[in-house]
Design a protein. Structure first.
Length: 209
């Protein structure tokens, strides 16, 4: 079974409170999502492999360590996942960015794919799926499967807020994919929104209704 890593850093908790507040405007919301994503990225990348190299400091030669192993790919789920990309790129500026477009059918609540553009070498990259909300788990589960169908072998899922139902769904469908979340909320309501959540992340990021 995959791991679920829930963040407990005071800065993340503080910024989460601000983005939950309905009075937080789009500009501040976007800035906070970027900041939280950067803070989360620190932990998401903790297991990256290192290798020794020799460098020369102003004083002498020495051995030091740099990132080795797989290259990284960021895959935001459109459109809300776009809000997390810049925060991750702050730490991983060389990462390639792919995009998966999904929307939730309002009647069936099932994900429908409308766009998918990925780096050609997804099988060689450690892929990090970005989506602020993990509600039913339908979009995340579908996105993970899309990546696997295209040859991806190393995938992580990163969300700001998750419902227990969404975590369970992803773990059941993809027990090999670890989930990183800033907070696990109470439940889903009858409209499949996370309670207490923060509303529609896409609308709040981009100022739409």
């Amino acid at each position: 079974m995959s791991k679920v890593i829930v963040f407990d850093h005071p800065l993340i908790k503080h910024k989460l409170t601000l983005i939950r507040d309905k009075n937080t405007g789009s500009k501040e919301f976007r800035e906070l999502v970027t900041e939280i994503s950067t803070l989360m990225g620190y932990e998401v990348t903790r297991d990256m492999q290192l290798e020794d190299i020799e460098i020369e400091t102003p004083i002498c030669k020495t051995k030091s360590q740099v990132i080795a192993g797989k290259k990284v790919g960021l895959v935001p789920i459109l459109r809300a996942g776009l809000g997390m990309v810049d925060g991750m790129l702050n730490l991983l500026p060389a990462a390639r960015v792919g995009h998966i477009g999904l929307y939730r059918d309002p009647e069936t609540f099932k994900p429908v794919e409308y766009y998918c553009k990925l780096p050609q070498d997804v099988n060689e990259r450690e892929l990090i799926i970005l989506d602020p909300m993990l509600a039913t788990g339908g979009s995340a589960t579908a996105a993970i499967q899309f990546l696997k169908d295209r040859g991806a072998r190393s995938i992580k899922l990163v969300n700001l807020i998750a419902a227990p139902e969404g975590i369970e769904a992803v773990q059941k469908a993809h027990p090999d994919v670890d989930i990183y979340v800033a907070a696990v909320d109470e439940r889903l309501n009858d409209h499949k929104y996370i309670i207490p959540g923060l509303g529609d992340a896409g609308d709040r990021l981009f100022g739409t209704k």
